[in-house]
Ligand binder design. Structure first.
Ligand SMILES: [Zn+2]
Ligand SMILES: [Zn+2]
Length: 218
């Protein structure tokens, strides 16, 4: 599988503002984030079983997970992002009927972001692929949270214990409250007026999910 499209680049949008563009591999789908946005988000690496399992349902898993099985996420609020291109390509996977909504670009099966089951709650985790970290790192700041390290692939450099988990959680809540109080929460490119997600949801069959669980967590 080739990486045809732009990956993650800083561009100047039509409005003259700088934006970080998160594109899918083929370039059909693009999401824009404002720059700079350091205070508006937290960089997290999550090693949980679900993130590793979900990643293995996509192509190029080595671009999604680091060597220890970590998913690199930038947690922010949905009002920060703009779907610039390919809204009709967006698809949602759920590992179970109650699981997170894991959004990807259907055109080329590239994971893009995660939202809570109630997609209109002001939370989004932007998936930073390994090939985008060099670009994203300087813009989005350093990693301040390592979560669910107990499920990391042993011996691959993940911290022994979780770091920054409570602080990241508190930051999520604070950003949610600020988004509500300011009215920014109403601006959400990922939801319809009634709060439902704009993309179709596909709940993964149990057998498919079980087959995708990485060996060290079976
Ligand atoms: Zn694509
Ligand atoms: Zn996770």
């Amino acid at each position: 599988m080739s990486k045809a499209g732009p990956i993650l680049a800083i561009c100047v949008t039509g409005a003259g503002a700088e934006a970080l563009i998160q594109a899918c591999r083929c370039g059909e789908t693009e999401i824009g984030l404002p720059v700079p946005g350091l205070s508006q988000g937290t960089r997290v690496v999550c090693y949980c079983k679900d993130c590793q399992t979900a990643a293995r349902l996509h192509v190029e898993v080595e671009d999604i997970l680091d060597s220890a099985g970590g998913s690199h996420i930038w947690q922010t609020t949905p009002d920060q992002l703009t779907v610039l291109k390919g809204a009709d390509q967006l698809r949602i996977l759920r590992l179970s009927p109650k699981g997170l909504l894991r959004w990807h670009a259907g055109c080329c099966n590239t994971p893009l972001l995660n939202t809570l089951p109630k997609a209109n709650l002001p939370f989004v985790g932007i998936v930073l692929r390994q090939s985008t970290l060099n670009t994203a790192g300087p813009v989005l700041g350093r990693i301040t949270c390592h979560a669910n390290t107990g499920s990391a692939i042993p011996g691959q450099g993940a911290p022994r214990n979780d770091k920054g988990f409570k602080r990241a959680g508190a930051a999520v809540l604070k950003r949610m409250v600020l988004a509500w109080l300011s009215g920014r929460a109403k601006h959400n490119d990922l939801t319809n007026a009634d709060g439902t997600p704009i993309a179709p949801i596909d709940v993964i069959p149990l057998e498919t999910r079980q087959a995708a669980v990485p060996a060290h967590l079976r």
